[in-house]
Design a protein around this ligand. Sequence first.
Ligand code: HEM
Length: 387
Amino acid sequence: MIDVGSISVTDLEQDPYPIYRELRAMAPAVYMPCLDVWMIVRYAGVDEASKNSDAFPAHVERSPTDRALGGVSMMTTDGEPAKQRRRPFDPTFRPRAVEARMPAIFDRVSNELLDGLEQRESAELVSEFFEPLSLLTLAYALEIDDVVDVPTLRRWFSGLAAGVSNYEDDPAKIALCDAASDEIEVLLRPKFDRGGSLAHLIEGPDAPDDDPISWIMPSLKLVLLGGLQEPAHGGATVAYCLLANQSQLGMVRSSPELMAAAVEEGLRWTAPIGNLLRGINPGARVEEMPLPEGERAVIVVSSANRDEEAFGSDADVFDITRQGPQHMSFATGPHYCIGHHFARVQLRMAISRLLERFPDVRLDPEREVVFWGHEYRSPTELHVDLR
Ligand code: HEM
């Protein structure tokens, strides 16, 4: 049996999956000393805990996310206050709205970015395709594209990301995050003026009369963070999975409708967000196992996605023909990702365009693809030969 006391954060960041396999064999939840949290690791327990916010509330004391975003957001509160902060974003992100407005934008932005690679022999797809794609399409979705550009959005995204993962109170990360937050406030507050593109977020019945902009701002920053980071990570992962598995790439090339299955399977195989932080309330149990009140839990969706009980003995294998339960990469329960359809359509279209425009695209054999991270995980770079 694995000695959990010997596991370091770097071990988890390098490759958490063999560790999670051992933890799943031990118990539904295992205390991880290097993170000072209880990790809920099996598919059944992840499903149960995600849906039980009475036992496992999203609101935790001293949340780095709340500090980074400047207050409570839809993701760090529960019940009606969470719903009130989420509803204003529904008209932009509900699947029907995404279908009506976004495919043309995803298509245009993908093609423009690929135009820029047209004359090239090789490319690094994270920084040259997936990141600018997710930054620009989110700016168009929120109708803030007239006040931001790609470098600005990159700055926001790295500042906010540094802040939300700053469990160690690193002053350098706080400074980076505060600078991004200040810039967001300056550029986006005018968008809340009557007739502005963000005004609808505070015009509904849920917004308080007193300072509604400060009330919605943490949730807006959360949407910016989620929308900027996760599709880029997910896109790089799915593209890697296909390029590294020639037979499955061949299936997608001959039956393009399989791209949807490829995106789902890539997101299952490596979840862009692996861990969801929760509190532990009195009486909390997972799969009948009691957990200690007042401590912190993480719901490890990336471990659930590789659970042999749910996905079979080949759960570690990328297989677009896999039949199985829904993966947990967009979570489940009240905090189910608001951007799930936005991300899914974006990735299906972007990777399809990439394969159509560059029929010979393949991984650069000289550059090893390195995945890194356990809370957030993706290839750090994805070098390809384009022709
Ligand atoms: C592949 C892409 C994406 C993945 C894997 C992903 C994953 C997740 C996960 C796991 C959660 C649950 C967090 C928790 O419960 O603690 C979540 C929530 C959320 N995501 Fe995403 N996300 C993606 C794309 C997006 C996009 C494009 C947006 C913005 C448009 C977005 C915005 C959000 C927001 C605002 C929440 C909080 C929802 C709530 O608490 O009600 N995400 N996402």
